[in-house]
Design a protein around this ligand. Sequence first.
Ligand code: PMP
Length: 409
Amino acid sequence: MMMDKAYISQIRNDFPIFKQRIRGKKFIYLDNAATTQKPQSVIDAVVSYYSEYNANVRRAIYALGERATKTYESTRVKVAQFINADDPHSIVFTRGTTEAINLVAYAWGRHNLGPGDEILITEMEHHSNIVPWQLAARDTGATLRYIPITRKGVLKLDKPEQYFTDQTKLVAINHQSNVFGTINPVEKIIAYAKHVGALVLVDGAQSVPHMSVDVGELNCDFLAFSGHKMLGPTGVGVLYGKRSLLESMDPFLGGGEMISSVTMEHATWNEVPYKFEAGTPNIAQVIGLGAALDYLTNIGIENIHRYEQELTRYTLNALVSIDEVMIYGHSPAHGAVISFNVADIHPHDLAQILDQVGIAIRAGHHCAQPSMRKLDVPATCRASFYLYNTPEEIDCLYKGIKKAIRFFK
Ligand code: PMP
């Protein structure tokens, strides 16, 4: 399917937020790596749950409870299909990527790591794929190691034997950087990890919403991602794990519904994935995520990826034509995230000027301070796209940057 101008305009019509004006200007949203906007169908799915069949899941033996459980569980099947997992039981609902990674760091890490073991991550991770491993290393005596990055925002993988050793027990890697836009060669990294017998967790927060990610093909052990970055509500994310691994792991949180039986002395666990879904889950949000997956599937994730690639190239071409713009992230495999600075204008000042003309970009360290240190900058500006963005919006960004340069001269 061609995602041409008419088609994008049709897509934009599905997003009520774009009907409003910001400061009297058309709203241009370029902060999709932080969170994405929601189509009416997702909003409707959440409203319909609360207004038509609000009930707890997996415990209410009446019509509403059955409908809630059925719809909630149907999202699990849709998620499995979306990432090509052959078993919906390998899909655990979490609050988001952060919780999914913490789940592995606690439920797997605390029981399988010890002194002499190594956890291998990279210098381009989001804090949510750094701090849980720092805590796990601190608590278990394991060592945390980093694959370095170049100043171009690319992993230095020329001597893999330096990093992938017999001590490596777990490799946790960002599929796509939320700072540089770099799409990492996860297939290669998974092969290196498997060669030394390590497990692999892929942080798919920035990849799953934007490209086809096939866990069957990748053969990763875990994949984490967030619903709110793929048109879904906040408060819902996914941990995919190989079923045998999930079964071998202890629970993360204890509480209702994650048990098989409880005595005064001890408890036994429910089957996976319920073992990892203690308490009342985010039902409306999971249902909303189901509607988001329907929306994305209907358009086709490959079409979305292709369109975003065009938009990214268009933006990079526009930005490199401005002498004062410095772009960070020069990987040939580049997703729809562009970090940059403009002369010596502080990123917050640029973001504020762009906000005056209705353009929302991100300015800051992007929860990736080690990456910022590597670049020797405290912060960058970041423009990130999704299926509803247009070349005309990029033209506005270009004009806004030119205006800021004139303003600060
Ligand atoms: N990893 C990456 C690469 C991210 O970009 C983000 C969100 N910016 C996260 C993890 C954390 O996601 P969440 O806040 O939804 O848990």
